[in-house]
Design a protein around this ligand. Structure first.
Ligand SMILES: [Zn+2]
Length: 460
């Protein structure tokens, strides 16, 4: 049913249509930059390196060293970062960039991500158009985060029987997708898909189809489970009473049958499989919260979204709150269980990456990452631990830890400059002085100006 809801939302998104004029970003001011006097959070450890000079050359961090000892090259643009904090750009590991029917909106979404320091997005709503966007961001033609593109959602529409899996998987690999998005296919189709995917090295991630379940997905080494999908069903698996009840929305229908003693087993199997979790806590919390959707679309960041998208969100929250299996008690229990699972998976050493599912369900791209960071801290993780899930872990997930995710010499210059130390309070991540995206510096003033343009496009 989430599938249908997504289609409705996507349809809503595609209705307001306009075509864009191409934008080109000058890479000139990104060619040589020096931040001086900065506190650097390398995110390799919970340390703050004080009074550092960081030299950026051709989009990469070339030198990090003590201010006064590092020579500033001729022609460098110097940014005084005294008293500021430099941290790696954040990754939105469950993003939904819009499709080609509203190209201006898609581009605005890319900018909204970077306006808040999201410099990497694993895009989970697949369309061949995203391959084009990915390449245009890559060559500096479009302002946006580094994109990883998932295939279209796998469902009986593209794999209706196991024999079709091989061609479909090879086709997505050939088209250039970075991963496949799992939706709702049969167990036999899933197994056939997984076999080919491993053979040609195309990861698969996202949901777990109901028929597949947690254990089979872990056995097939699904790259990531998003939204903590099918954990609740696993936790009720030895309860015969639960068998006749539909699991509903992320297990909310069977939440009363959960046996928390099975959590340890779920965690053990997850770690053994090496499968990541992208909890997207915002997803369920935004639908469950007592705040009315009409009030939620008055949050300040909503002015950057098209009205049609906001209307879809309001409708979705009303629909969810009307469901028999999503009444306040069940929904609250589900939220609490998801917090507990996130904390226990993390503390046991399971792999966790940050994702807020933007733009879906009141998650405005970029802005929603701050909601998710807050919710992750509310599970009991420290701000540092939560920031690891959104920085270093993204590099590790993509097997690109020597490219991005930390602030070290040689890494891509994806940097958020903060006015205060985020290790003391996660809310400080919102307090940004500027963002550098692969060497291109976006000061707060320039970001604000672009945001105003987006708001004007969506003014109502
Ligand atoms: Zn999704």
């Amino acid at each position: 049913m989430i599938n249908n809801l997504l289609l409705i939302l996507l349809f809503a998104v595609f209705t307001a249509c306009s075509d864009p004029e191409p934008q080109t970003i000058s890479l000139e001011n990104g060619s040589l930059t020096a931040f001086t006097g900065a506190n650097v959070l390398p995110m390799t450890d919970e340390v703050v390196l004080e009074n550092q000079t960081v030299i950026i050359q051709d989009g990469r961090i070339s030198v990090i060293g003590d201010t006064g000892e590092v020579e500033i090259p001729d022609g460098a643009e110097v940014i005084d970062a005294t008293g500021k904090y430099l941290m790696p750009g954040l990754a939105e590991m469950h993003g939904h960039v819009p499709g080609p029917n509203n190209r201006q909106y898609a581009k605005d979404v890319l900018f909204l991500y970077i306006s808040n320091g999201v410099t990497t997005v694993r895009n989970m709503a697949g369309h061949p158009y995203h391959l084009e966007l990915r390449d245009r961001v890559d060559n500096g033609e479009l302002a946006g985060p580094m994109l990883f593109a998932a295939s279209p959602w796998l469902s009986p529409n593209n794999i209706s029987e196991p024999a079709e899996a091989e061609d479909v998987v090879r086709g997505y690999k050939e088209a250039g997708f970075d991963l496949m998005k799992i939706g709702s296919i049969s167990l036999e189709s899933y197994r056939a898909m997984a076999e080919v995917a491993h053979e040609i090295d195309l990861p698969f991630a996202g949901h777990i189809p109901e028929e597949v379940g947690l254990v089979n997905a872990l056995e097939a080494r699904q790259a990531s489970i998003d939204h903590l999908d099918r954990y609740v069903e696993f936790l009720v698996a030895d309860n015969p009473e639960a068998e006749s009840v539909s699991p509903g929305f992320f297990g909310s229908g069977v939440i009363d049958y959960v046996d928390e003693e099975r959590i340890d087993e779920a965690i053990r199997l997850t770690i053994e499989a090496g499968t990541w979790n992208v909890p997207t806590l915002s997803l369920v919390e935004h639908l469950e919260s007592p705040e009315s959707p009409e009030d939620m679309i008055r949050w300040p960041e909503m002015r950057y979204m098209p009205q049609s998208v906001l209307d879809g969100w309001v409708e979705s929250k009303h629909n969810f709150q009307a469901r028999d299996d999503f009444q306040p008690d069940a929904a609250r229990k589900l939220v609490e269980l998801r917090q507990k699972l996130t904390k226990e998976l993390h503390d046991a050493g399971a792999l966790i990456a940050l994702g807020s599912d933007a733009p879906q369900f009141f998650n405005v791209p970029g802005f929603s990452i701050h909601h998710e960071l807050r919710m992750m801290v509310d599970t009991g993780l420290t701000p540092y631990e939560v920031l690891v899930t959104g920085t270093r872990n993204a590099g590790i997930y993509f097997d690109m830890a020597d490219e991005f995710g930390t602030l070290e010499e040689g890494r891509q210059a994806d940097i958020i400059v903060l006015n205060a130390n985020p290790f003391n309070d996660i809310e400080h991540v919102r307090n940004q002085y500027g963002v550098m995206v692969r060497g291109v510096w976006w000061s707060r003033d320039v970001i604000t100006q672009r945001l105003e343009e987006i708001a004007a496009r969506n003014s109502r």
